[in-house]
Structure formats: C-alpha cells, structure tokens
Design a protein around this ligand. Structure first.
Ligand code: UGA
Length: 326
C-alpha cells in the first residue's frame, strides 16, 4: 500500500509519515521546506524519515502544479493521501495573507486535482483546524456547529478546504475526511507555537508574551494521540449515501479545555524555573477558547486521547533539551 504524505517535514506530517514507515508502508513524502520557521528543524525531521528505505521524498511546492503533477505522475500506485502541507499559524495570517491563499487554497486545489487523476485512490484525509469555529462561543465545539464566522484568514482558508473537499468528493466520488486539529503539541513540534516559545523564553530568562492577559482556554492535543487518530481515520473511508457525498469532518482534540496560565505553570514546574510574564491584550485573529467535542470520532473509529497535559508537556520539554544540545 502506497501512501502520499504532504507536509512530511512538518510537525504532524513527520510523525504520521514515521508511523506509516515503521509499519512497513511505502510513503511518498512531499514538502517544500519553506522558511516559515527554522529550516534546520524541517531538515532534521526529514533526515529522521530518510533512515527508512520505504520512503521516496520530493522537495516540491504543492502550489507549483506542474512540479507536483510530475512528481505524483510517477506514482500511479498511490491509494491513500494524508494531506498536511499548509501554511499554519493563526496570528501570522494577519501579516502574510497571500502565503495562506497560495498554500492553503491554490496548493489544496492542486492536491484535489492530482487526487482525481489517481485511479487507485481510496481515501484522502486532510488537515482542517479548530480555528474554523471562529466567533462561535458555544463550548464544546461540535462538528454540527456553524462555522461560517472565521476570525482569521487562516481559519477562512481551512474552512475553504472543507468546502472544496466536499465539492470534489461529490463530483468525483472520492472519499475524503477533514480533521479539525486542536492545538497539537509534542516532540519535534513547531517553534511558532506557545509550548515552544514559552519553553525557549523561560530557559533564556526572557519575558514570555501572554495574550489576552492569560484569559485563554485551549484544548491541547498530544501528538501521539493525533497520530493514532489520523491512522484510524485513514483506514475508515466514509461512504457516499443518497443524501451526502463521501465526505466528513471530525474534531481531533483532547476533550479538555485547559487554562493557558495552568499550561505555563506546568512548563515552569517541569523546568524548575519561573516565567517573567508580559501580559498583553488579545491578538487580532485569535480565539479566546477552544474545546473539542470528540463524540463522532470516538463513535466511528474508537478514538480516545490518553495523554494529559501534565504528562505530554514534560515529554516536549525533555525532547527540546536534547534537540538544543545537538
Ligand atoms: C494552533 C496552531 O498554530 C494552528 O496552526 C492550528 O490550526 C490551531 O492550533 C488549531 O488548533 O486549530 P493556537 O491554538 O493559536 O493555534 O496555538 P498556539 O499558537 O500554540 O497558542 C496557544 C495559546 O497560547 C493561544 O491562546 C495563544 O493566544 C497563546 N499564546 C501563543 C500566547 O499567549 N503567547 C504566545 O507567544 C503564543
């Protein structure tokens, strides 16, 4: 079985690709190694994947359609796609809006167009985001809630992905599943995210920026739980019915809303250091609280997150210490 993983040098992409490789699957990995954050980290993730013999890597931008089609044209055997390549980051979409349309709209369409030419394709799973819930303030967020009030362009592009996927699933009868990830963290994570920034700043004894004066709640999801969810979903393509296309959307969260200040306290306790807190206002594009209702994914594939923040954050911090030493 051959699986295309896009964004394989990214955080979630590396972990998903590694789980597939370790399981003996053939992985076609695509990533453009863009400099949104330190490329050294992306190359280190890729080097880890390239220890396996069953990987073929293409340094390719998904928005560069001729390059993408040339790479994927060589692999008519692809039967599953995990599409994780994207321009991530909620607040960054305020300053760099065109990066988001390029990767998340044009790039996403390239993947859909490539997918419809794959004769053996059985399922396309792609990354959406908890940010699609936008101005919705009913918690926990359910996949049945309205998601037509995004508060950042990032969220709007992720919602666009869900709509584009639905249309292609309907037109070409390709089973597709969108996963709304909730603030994923863990080893090999993203330097632009709160867990990395806080750990780095506390260790350097620099002030930590805390948005909305700390009055934030997040459903933080540990990477190993996310990988299990992605693989479980991948193995269970949705079916078309008389009323619906073979397209569905799930939340992947930890099913707990945690206070941002408690999150910082766990990092402080793990490091044995105290953060110098710089309390700042709410940032444009940000959401005050997220909390995932995971009942549908629990029911359909038995998804059960098992990692508490108190256990997952120390694992990130331990990895971060080792990574900094290298
Ligand atoms: C994250 C990712 O960045 C998105 O790519 C992803 O789609 C999204 O999760 C999601 O779950 O949908 P976010 O929840 O904003 O977005 O994650 P962080 O950037 O790690 O921020 C977590 C919390 O810490 C937020 O409340 C944020 O306002 C706060 N924060 C972040 C700070 O107080 N200070 C910082 O320096 C950074």
């Amino acid at each position: 079985m051959t699986i295309l993983v896009t964004g394989a040098a990214g955080f979630i992409g590396m972990h998903v690709a590694e789980a597939l490789l370790a399981d003996g699957r053939q992985v076609i990995a695509v990533d453009n190694l863009n400099p949104y954050y330190d490329v050294t980290l992306k190359k280190a993730r890729l080097a880890r994947l390239q220890l396996y013999k069953n990987i073929t890597f293409y340094d390719c931008d998904i928005a560069d359609r001729p390059a993408l089609f040339a790479a994927l044209g060589a692999h008519p055997e692809i039967s599953l796609i995990v599409h994780l390549a994207a321009q991530a980051g909620v607040r960054h979409s305020i300053s760099r809006p065109f990066d988001y349309t390029q990767a998340n709209v044009t790039g996403f369409l390239s993947i859909l167009e490539a997918a419809r030419q794959m004769d053996k394709l059985k399922h396309l799973v792609y990354a959406s985001s908890s940010s699609v819930y936008g101005a919705n303030n009913k918690l926990p967020y359910s996949v049945d809630d309205r998601t037509d009030s995004p508060v950042s362009l990032y969220a709007a592009t992720k919602k666009a992905n869900e709509l584009m996927a639905h249309s292609y699933s309907h037109l070409y009868e390709i089973p597709m599943t969108g996963l709304r990830f909730f603030t994923v963290y863990g080893p090999w994570g993203r330097p632009d995210m709160a867990y990395w920034r806080f750990t780095e700043k506390i260790m350097r004894r620099e002030p930590v920026d805390i948005y909305n004066h700390g009055d934030m709640m997040r459903d933080f999801t540990y990477i190993d739980d996310v990988v299990r969810g992605v693989l479980g979903v991948l193995a269970a393509p949705p079916e078309k019915t008389v009323d619906t296309a073979a397209h569905r959307v799930y939340n992947i969260g930890n099913n707990r809303a945690e206070k941002l200040l408690d999150f910082i306290s766990i990092i402080e306790k793990t490091l044995g250091m105290t953060a110098e807190r710089r309390l700042l206002p709410m940032q444009p594009g940000d959401i005050q609280a997220t909390y995932a209702d995971i009942e549908p994914i629990r029911r359909d594939i038995g998804f059960e997150p098992t990692t508490r923040l108190e256990d997952g954050l120390p694992k990130f911090v331990a990895w971060y210490h080792d990574y900094c030493k290298e």
